[in-house]
Design a binder for this molecule. Structure first.
Ligand code: ASP
Length: 325
């Protein structure tokens, strides 16, 4: 039987990217890093490596870059810290691993992978996740590793705007106001990857610093299997980025795969329906990268831009930010 072409797609977040506030040099820096990451994942596949390794290889490069809201570039919480979430799923076995609210792990996707491979659990959070990391010999980094002036400025701006949104309601904490504010103006930049390897196995992974000014131990969609990440052989693999509260409630990654599996929709149609119809009606912004068993790739998003790159067997990488380029 003919094997499908191996392929990979990655994203570096959607959201408040706009042509108006991104210089040509900045755009080029993002494009260069996306290309480096997608090519590294592609090489793994080309050499016969599995889709899980392609996914973590690409994500590690994005986590180590300060450009993206994951690992090194993680955004600040309301209290001025960093709390990272990540997950990974193996389409062959439906095994999955996830971590939430980790603070000292340089590459949270690797810890998610260890949870999948080396623990009897799927999701570990906070101190427990870091305790597990210790037992697995992970290197810890000080919290200052994740600090950056640019992200700190975003926190200050976001806090000022949030205060304004809330004080319109007579100074009382107004969570609807803050939700509306966050949806309009928070900083995205989550990273993710989906891949199909030569053996026909699908995998998906996602890693994030979450949302700027998030509070109270908030956990987004990225570590939630079925919301931010999903992979099932013969069906599809999805990694999401966007306003996590909506992606959890609308079960975005799982819903796309269910449409492919039970309604025989194409990956393009399934992903488009969820992102450009269901989520828009709900008011949830963001996008996904999705790949099916034949290596077809869909990358819909309902924001002005989404950092992304794809590469299919025998082709060069395609790197894009906006709807059309
Ligand atoms: N989905 C992520 C979250 O809500 C944020 C993002 O994609 O930028 O935590």
């Amino acid at each position: 039987a003919q094997t499908p072409p191996f392929s990979i797609a990655i994203h570096g977040g959607a959201g408040t990217i706009s042509k108006a506030n991104l210089t040509d040099e900045q755009q080029q820096a993002y494009r260069d890093k996306l290309k480096q990451a997608v090519d590294a994942g592609y090489k793994v596949l080309e050499h016969g490596g599995d889709s899980l390794t392609a996914v973590t290889t690409a994500i590690n490069i994005l986590e180590d870059s300060p450009l993206f809201n994951a690992g090194k570039g993680a955004v600040y919480t309301y209290d001025g810290g960093h709390e990272m979430d990540a997950s990974i799923m193996d389409g062959r076995t439906l095994n999955a691993g996830a971590v939430a609210g980790v603070k000292h792990i340089k590459n949270p996707i690797d810890l998610a992978r260890a949870v999948m491979d080396k623990s009897p659990h799927v999701m570990l959070s906070g101190e427990g996740a870091e305790e597990f990391a210790l037992t697995q010999g992970f290197d810890f980094v000080p919290v200052t590793y994740f600090d950056s002036d640019a992200r700190y400025q975003q926190l200050l701006d976001a806090k000022a705007k949030l205060k304004q949104a809330e004080s319109n309601q007579e100074g009382k904490a107004d969570y609807q106001a803050s939700l509306n504010y966050l949806d309009l103006d928070y900083k995205f930049g989550t990273v993710g990857a989906v891949a199909l390897d030569k053996q026909g196995n699908l995998a998906a992974g996602t890693s994030t610093g979450g949302m700027t000014v998030k509070r109270f131990g908030r956990i987004g969609d990225s570590p939630v299997i079925g919301a931010g990440t999903y992979a099932e052989n013969q069906v599809c693999a999805v990694s999401a980025t966007g306003h996590g509260e909506y992606f959890i409630r609308y079960h975005v990654a799982g819903d796309i795969c269910a449409k492919v599996k039970y309604q025989q929709k194409s990956i393009l149609q399934a992903a488009d329906e969820v992102i450009n119809q269901r989520l828009i009606t709900a008011g949830g912004t963001g996008g996904v990268i999705a790949i099916d068993q034949r290596g077809n790739i869909a990358t819909p998003f309902n924001t002005e831009g989404m950092y992304r790159a794809t590469r299919k067997q025998g082709e060069q990488a395609k790197v894009m930010i906006w709807q059309d380029n």
